[in-house]
Design a protein around this ligand. Sequence first.
Ligand code: F6R
Length: 609
Amino acid sequence: MCGIVGCVGLEDSKNYLIGGLKVLEYRGYDSAGIAMIADDEVHVRKAVGMVAELEKMCHDFPRKGSVGIAHTRWATHGGVTQDNAHPHMDAAGNIAVVHNGIVENHNALRTLLEREGIKFKTQTDTEVIAHLVSKFYEDDLAEAVRLALREIRGTFGIAVISKKEPNVLVAARMGSPLVLGVGKDCLLLASDAAPILPYTQQAIYLNNGELLKATPQGYEFFSLDRTSITPKIEELDQQLESIELGQFPHYMLKEIYDQPTSLENTLRGRLKAEAGDVHLGGPGLSLKTIHALNRVIIVGCGTSFHAGLCAKYLFEEFLRIPCEVEYASELRYRNPIVRPKSDLAIFISQSGETADTLAALRELQRKGCRTLGIVNVVNSSIAREVDSGIYTHAGMEIGVASTKAFTAQVAALTLFALYLGRSRDFSSFVLQEMTESLAKIPTLIEDYLVDTTQIEDIAEEVRNARNLLYLGRGYQYPVALEGALKMKEISYIHAEGYPAAEMKHGPIALVDENMPVVAIATRDRTYEKVVSNMQEIKARNGKIIAVTTEGNTDIEKLAWRTIYVPHTIEPIQPLLTSIPLQLLAYYVAVKNGRNVDKPRNLAKSVTVE
Ligand code: F6R
């Protein structure tokens, strides 16, 4: 939700700021803006639409500024207009602010400031920050920002510049991430490390409640009560290629094709297939804790929630541990029952910044629950706040629709189940079979992705559908939910995921000759049952797209189209069945001219509740 960049000491500040916004555009893309101090002036441009629109307006914008900030927006308060785009200015036009987060008490602050004679120009919550900084400003911008932030309730990652101190960039964090890249002669601020990578591998992640003052002479960190802080410089381990499209037309397609590699990375050093064993350093659970475990609560949103559902089947069937999977947004306000001695709560998040997941984590921690994160973004808020965790190592995911992060989450959860199981009920036979099967998955996906023309053809045939139904049972039910989510979020076609048999209790009324029904019918224990459900669809003239395992040609008698995926053991088959569903959504969206990587109304990292 919103991306921020800022810089000090760059020869080509404009290039970093606009280029950085393009990299961060996945965080929000309804409007964008830039402010830079050059020749004793604050230069500001704002545009509605994507960063490219802003760039068009910046042909005559100065290349070099002493300091600069920029922002790409996902609107929360105030419509998508040029005025509401960031940066926001104080009344005199001397101070410019960009903000990611929400000022919860903005109404009260606005009233107060209006009483003092301030005339607001926008409907945003952020504008109050600019006026507050101005109100507290004497001759020290960092101090004025600090005092302003003491008045604010809510979340923020902010960057502020002022004409009166043209060499100073001030930033602060409470909830919304910020990282400072430490270059040879420059300092670079961003919402995540990606914009910084071409310039430096050295970075400092701001902690909540920290304030940064950056100048050409260096940087200083303070707490909001002005205590000086010595920050920790970290070496970024991301590679530049992870943010480059290469031969692919869209990040989503690139990330689908990344999956053999991203899954290798999730499993590397952890899965010992020859020995039928798993080593995980992250969870750090003692044998006593593992044996005392009596319930697992899995928490996430969207795709991450679906990955959690896949794990429920595995945990209950093989570990015999009751497992509840919860939407973070529901759990956080429900006063959940927690038994600290025997519960473990697992928080799944690609970004590690999802506001609801973070709040649910804090809620369960407050109740004394032990917590574990399954997170992709290293050093993100959730990764820092959980008691222990497993990084998914999927690499940077830029397409808004999650693909490789999902399969990495399912793989990490499977590793965790094996990690628990080896000290609990798993026989060596089960361990051997599961580890060997998991080890083969990256190659199976790689082989599958060699030729996807069939999926493209099916996409052509369903692209004009108004509704789609996705059905699955058992381990394939979460895959059906995930397939439907992918379809609706990037193609804007209504799609519903349903347990195959449950479909009789309502959704079957939707089925007619125009209704494509994706039925996941892999050769497993529920196969015959799913086939019966397919018969029910066919009897009502539904067009069945069957996703089945190789060799299962019988199904062609029932299906309108059949997609074959390689076969593996039932608990990890979702890692294979999810791939054609990602591709189907992708090709339908492309054929319908959608903005695949930046679908409307969405943003990659949902940092508001
Ligand atoms: C869908 C999608 C979202 C995210 C959800 C949670 O493709 O990407 O549903 O899965 O917003 O995000 P994270 O995993 O970052 O917590």
